[in-house]
Design a protein around this ligand. Structure first.
Ligand SMILES: Cc1cc2nc3c(=O)[nH]c(=O)nc-3n(C[C@H](O)[C@H](O)[C@H](O)COP(=O)(O)OP(=O)(O)OC[C@H]3O[C@@H](n4cnc5c(N)ncnc54)[C@H](O)[C@@H]3O)c2cc1C
Length: 454
């Protein structure tokens, strides 16, 4: 029996897509310039048993499987490989439980991040990890990429919220990891192993996620700086003095202009850097005043605290639009996510500006500055081979600089296809040997998302 016939034996007809015009649309995530193959079929299961059937079929026929969520990934990690089964989890999108006593949510992988935030909010709770793509990205994708977001500087990243998982393994067995209790240390932490594994170890079909009490509404302050270095100095002061902002974000001049061009937000586009700091404390105005004073001392030319939650939301919208706005500067972008200790942030930004000049390119930077996590975005014309070559070279130089400064090549977007040549440089030979060993234990035939990570 061939692949499609075998799949049909355990899946309803509407869950199997074979028309190449349709399946082609599932070939890439948002890093569309990364290499991608042509899928043989796209399947859209609705139950755990259907996912198990897909994996058993794939193992029997030795066919690669590429799990996909909403395909907002920025590293090519969800890109199809030739002849693969694209396993899209978007139809498994039910919130199964919200338990205010245990402060957990139990979800299927296709639930959209913002949908869980809203559902938790109705119980006076919150699910803090908030990637800028939160209205589109799935929780399964967030788990598989260990996503971060704007408020992670105070509340931490996805990894800190994943308590337990149900995972379908490459051979179709169902594994339950972790717990739904507040504590638990039984055995190796397999849950954490799956977080950030980019679909290469198993398919997440259910997750137990920790919830927090909903914080008060946050107020945002915008501070303009004559240089990114001055803005970074303010970030260091804010953190060194023990403040706990609920976000601390930076936009450079290129980013500010791109957002204004796209959305006419009226941001101050003659300034070199805009720092957004927010507090969701009981007295946010007092915290903003203290942080505003630190910004002024670090050289801010203008400090404007928002007075209402609506004004604050507008500033955050501008920040969330930045990557999309930078994508419009040229025909293509390569979005980096190098993360350095925040004490080295200024060096990374100055170095990135020097790299842009060296290669004659526009590189806009926005950053989760409080985390030291930057998004240098190389804007280039994909139809121009020389510019494309320079874009890739500048992208590589930024990763080399990040490592030199004691950082990591990826703070939150993952390795995927985009950064796989760089993984060994960060992890070293011993680290790589163990990583490959782990992959072999979970996926001895190498059918799960091949060509990603390694
Ligand atoms: C405008 C924009 C802003 C963004 N901002 C942020 C940000 O602030 N922070 C951040 O961290 N990221 C950000 N991202 C990147 C992206 O949204 C995240 O990486 C997100 O977690 C991907 O989720 P997804 O559902 O789209 O997953 P996909 O892109 O579909 O997949 C991502 C990876 O997860 C795997 N996967 C998906 N579902 C499963 C599953 N159920 N089981 C096993 N593996 C699975 C895939 O194989 C792939 O390796 C942004 C992207 C865009 C376009």
């Amino acid at each position: 029996m061939d692949l499609i016939a075998r799949l049909r034996a355990g899946l309803p007809g509407e869950a199997i897509l074979t028309d190449p015009d349709v399946t082609g649309a599932y070939a890439t995530d948002m890093a569309s310039f990364c290499a991608a193959g042509t899928p043989a079929v796209v399947v859209l299961p609705r139950t755990v048993e259907q996912v198990q059937h897909v994996l058993r079929t794939a193992t029997a026929l030795r066919v690669p499987v590429v799990p996909q969520g909403s395909r907002t990934g920025l590293s090519g990690a969800a890109n199809a490989s030739d002849g693969c089964i694209v396993l899209s989890l978007v139809k498994m999108d039910r919130i199964l439980e919200i338990n205010p006593v245990d402060r957990i949510a139990v979800v299927e992988p296709g639930v959209i991040n913002a949908a869980l935030s809203r559902a938790a909010g109705a119980h006076g709770l919150s699910y803090p990890p908030d990637p800028s793509s939160w209205e589109e990205c799935s929780l399964g994708g967030n788990i598989a990429t260990a996503s971060g977001g704007l408020c992670c500087v105070k509340y931490g990243v996805t990894a800190e919220y994943v308590l337990g998982l149900d995972v379908v393994l490459a051979d179709g067995r169902l594994l339950s990891t972790g717990r739904r209790t507040a504590k638990g240390v039984a055995g190796y932490d397999l849950t954490r192993l799956f977080v950030g594994s980019e679909g290469s170890l198993g398919v997440v079909v259910r997750a137990v996620l920790a919830l927090k009490p909903a914080p008060p509404e946050q107020l945002v302050l915008a501070a303009e700086f004559p240089s990114t270095a001055a803005a970074c100095a303010a970030v260091c002061e804010i953190m060194a003095r023990g403040h706990a902002p609920s976000l601390l974000e930076l936009m450079d001049r290129t980013s500010i202009r791109a957002v204004n061009d796209m959305a006419r937000m009226g941001l101050p586009d003659s300034t070199e850097a805009l720092l957004l700091a927010a507090f969701d404390t009981p007295e946010p105005a007092a915290d903003l005043a203290a942080v505003g004073a630190l910004c002024t001392a670090a050289g801010a030319t203008q400090v404007v605290p928002a007075e209402t939650a609506a004004e604050s939301e507008l500033l955050l919208q501008a920040r969330r639009l930045t990557l999309t706005a930078l994508e419009r500067v040229k025909s293509a972008t390569m979005i980096d996510d190098v993360c350095v200790p925040r004490s080295r942030l200024a060096e990374l930004l100055d170095g990135t500006a020097a790299i842009a000049e060296k290669y004659g390119l526009t590189i806009g930077v926005c950053a989760h500055a409080g985390d030291g996590n930057t998004h240098p975005t190389v804007c280039f014309d994909a139809a121009d081979p020389d510019e494309s070559r320079r874009a890739r070279a500048s992208f590589d130089d930024i990763m080399a600089l990040g490592l030199e400064l004691g950082g990591t090549i990826t703070g939150e977007h993952g390795v995927g296809v985009l950064k796989k040549e760089w993984l060994a440089r960060e992890l070293g030979p011993v680290g790589m040997e163990l990583q490959r060993g782990i992959k072999d234990v979970f996926d001895p035939l190498g059918i799960l998302n091949p060509g990603k990570l390694f």
